[in-house]
Design a protein around this ligand. Structure first.
Ligand code: SF4
Length: 475
C-alpha cells in the first residue's frame, strides 16, 4: 500500500506536507519521500529516505534547511521509492502513485519494444511502478492527456499525484475509486490527501472528494476539473474494517463510527444466538480489533476490558525476523498480559479479520496459558476467500494461505471451492462446519464472522459502490 499528501499554496508549503505525509505513515513502512517546487530558484527538488527502522519525521527533520517551495508533495510507500523526478517531453515533474498494476509486465514489454528505451532497474531487476506510470504519461504531449492515457492503459488500481514543473498539482483518483483521494482547502491554497484527518489537523477544510477516475489541476487559487468522474465506483470496504485510519472519513462515513456500528451488529446477532449471557467481558485483539469490540460492548452491555496490552515503544516498526519461530516470539514479547483480567474469565475477542490465522493461534494459547476459562473469537468481517488483486495490499500471494480456503480444501478437496458462498454463510451446514473446524484447530470455544450484510449495513453506503471481492469474489 502507500499514501500521499500534497499542498499548493501562496506561502511555503513544506511544513504542512511534512506533517501531512507523516500522518500517512500507517499506510507504508519502507520508503518516504518529498518533492518541492521552488519557483524562485531551484525548480524541482526531491529527497527520499528508507523509513524501515525510523519514522518519516525523524528521517526528514532536517529537510527545512534543504528544501522549500509553495507546491510540495510527499509519499509514504510500502514498495517503490518515490516521488520520482521525471523529465518528459512537456517538461519536468515529480510523481507519486499508489495502487497495483495487474498488467505490469505487458506494459513494460510494450514500452521497451516500441521505444527501445529503458527503466532504472531496482534490486532484483524490478521496475519501479511509479516510473512505469510516468513512462505512459510521457507518451502524450501534456500532463492531463498523459494521466488519462495511463489510467486507460493500466489494468488494476492507480491513483496519481503529480507536482508539475509549473508549480501546479495534478491529482487523479484510480478509475474505480478503490482508494480515496480528497481535496482540502484553506485561505492560502489547497491540499490533496488520502486521509481526511491529515488535512483537518493542519487547518484545512473539506473541499471535494474526487470521484472515480477524476483528474484535477490545482493551483493556489483554483481547482480545475480536467476529466469528469466516472459513474461506476468500487471503493475498498476493507478501508473501514481494517486499514483506514480511525479519524478519517471516506465517502462521508467515519471509520471509527463504522467500527462501533459493526461491533453492535455482531453483538445483536450473538444476543440472538444466546452466547452473550455466558461471557464475562469483550475485548479487542489490539489494536484494530478494539473499536469493533467497543461497539460490541456498547450493544451487549458486556464490560469492555484489555486483558493484554501491546508493548511497542522499543520495537522497530517493521522488525520482522525471517524465521517463523522468531517472529512468533516477537509477537509474544509484545503482548503483556493483565492476569487479573484473564484468569478464570470467559472472554470474547474481536479481531478485525482472520486471514492466515497464525497470529491468532498464538494469541489464544497465550490467553489459556494465562488462565482464561473460555476464549470466543469474532472476526469483524466475513471469511476472506480471495486474495486482493486490486491493491498492493498485504494479503497472501497464494490464496491457499488464506485460512478459510485451506480449511475448505481440507474438508472436501478442490471441489469444495465451488461452495464458497455456502461456507461464508454461518447459517448453512457447510458454514457451520467451517467454523467448527477452525474452532477445533485454534482451540476457540466459539467462532463467528461478521456477515457480509452486517458489514454493508455498518458502512452504510450503496453496496454497488463497494469492493467486497476478497469476501465474495464479486468483481
Ligand atoms: S479485494 Fe478486498 S482488500 Fe482488495 S480492494 Fe477489494 S475489498 Fe479491498
Amino acid at each position: 500500500m502507500g499514501g500521499f499528501f500534497g499542498v499548493v499554496s501562496r506561502y511555503d508549503a513544506l511544513s504542512d506536507v511534512f506533517f501531512g505525509t507523516d500522518y500517512h505513515s500507517h499506510l507504508g513502512t519502507r520508503r518516504g519521500g518529498l518533492a518541492a517546487y521552488d519557483g524562485k530558484g531551484k525548480g524541482l527538488q526531491r529527497e527520499i529516505h528508507n523509513i524501515e527502522n525510523s519514522p518519516f519525521r525523524t528521517k526528514f527533520e532536517n529537510i527545512f534547511n534543504e528544501m522549500k517551495g509553495n507546491a510540495v508533495i510527499g509519499a509514504i510507500s510500502d514498495s517503490d521509492p518515490q516521488p520520482l523526478l521525471i523529465r518528459g517531453g512537456f517538461g519536468p515533474y515529480a510523481i507519486a502513485s499508489v495502487g497495483l498494476i495487474q498488467n505490469e509486465q505487458e506494459l513494460i514489454d510494450e514500452y521497451l519494444l516500441r521505444f527501445g528505451g529503458h527503466f532504472n532497474a531496482m534490486t532484483g531487476g524490478k521496475v519501479n511502478s511509479t516510473e512505469l506510470v510516468a513512462s505512459l504519461i510521457n507518451e502524450k504531449d501534456n500532463i492531463a492527456d498523459g494521466i488519462a492515457f495511463a489510467q486507460e492503459k493500466i489494468k488494476g488500481t492507480m491513483s496519481i499525484l503529480i507536482l508539475g514543473g509549473n508549480g501546479k498539482l495534478y491529482a487523479a483518483r484510480d478509475k474505480l475509486g478503490r482508494l480515496p483521494m480528497i481535496v482540502g482547502r484553506n485561505e492560502d491554497g489547497f491540499c490533496v490527501s488520502f486521509e481526511s484527518f491529515a488535512y483537518k489537523k493542519l487547518g484545512y477544510e473539506d473541499y471535494k472528494e474526487l470521484g472515480p477516475g477524476e483528474i484535477v489541476e490545482i493551483s493556489a487559487d483554483r481547482l480545475k476539473v480536467l476529466k469528469e468522474p466516472g459513474e461506476e465506483m468500487r471503493i475498498c470496504a476493507f478501508l473501514w474494517s481494517y486499514y483506514g485510519y480511525p479519524n478519517s472519513n471516506y465517502e462521508g462515513v467515519n471509520v471509527e463510527q463504522m467500527r462501533y456500528k459493526n461491533g453492535e451488529i455482531m453483538a445483536r446477532d450473538d444476543m440472538e444466538r444466546g452466547i452473550v449471557q455466558r461471557l464475562d467481558a469483550v475485548c479487542g485483539v489490539p489494536d484494530s480489533g478494539t473499536p469493533h469490540a467497543i461497539g460490541y460492548s456498547n450493544e451487549s452491555h458486556l464490560p469492555f476490558t484489555r486483558p493484554f496490552i501491546k508493548y511497542t515503544p522499543t520495537w522497530p516498526r517493521s522488525f520482522m525476523p525471517a524465521n517463523q519461530s522468531e517472529r512468533n516470539k516477537v509477537a509474544r514479547m509484545k503482548q503483556i498480559p493483565v492476569p487479573e483480567l484473564i484468569e478464570g474469565k470467559s472472554l470474547l475477542f474481536v479481531d478485525d479479520s482472520i486471514v492466515r490465522g497464525t497470529q491468532l493461534k498464538e494469541t489464544v494459547d497465550f490467553l489459556y496459558d494465562n488462565g482464561a476459562k473460555e476464549v470466543h473469537m469474532r472476526s469483524a468481517c466475513p471469511p476472506i476467500m480471495y486474495g486482493c488483486k486490486y491493491l498492493n495490499f498485504s494479503s497472501s500471494k497464494n490464496e491457499m494461505e488464506l485460512l478459510a480456503r485451506r480449511i475448505i480444501v481440507e474438508l472436501e478437496g478442490q471441489a469444495g471451492l465451488d461452495y464458497i458462498a455456502e461456507y461464508s454463510d454461518g447459517k448453512t451446514e457447510r458454514g457451520k462446519k467451517l467454523r467448527s473446524t477452525i474452532c477445533e484447530k485454534m482451540n476457540f470455544d466459539s467462532l463467528e464472522f461478521q456477515s457480509l450484510e452486517g458489514v454493508l449495513e455498518a458502512i452504510g453506503i450503496d453496496p454497488c459502490k463497494l469492493c467486497t471481492y476478497c469476501w465474495n469474489g464479486r468483481e
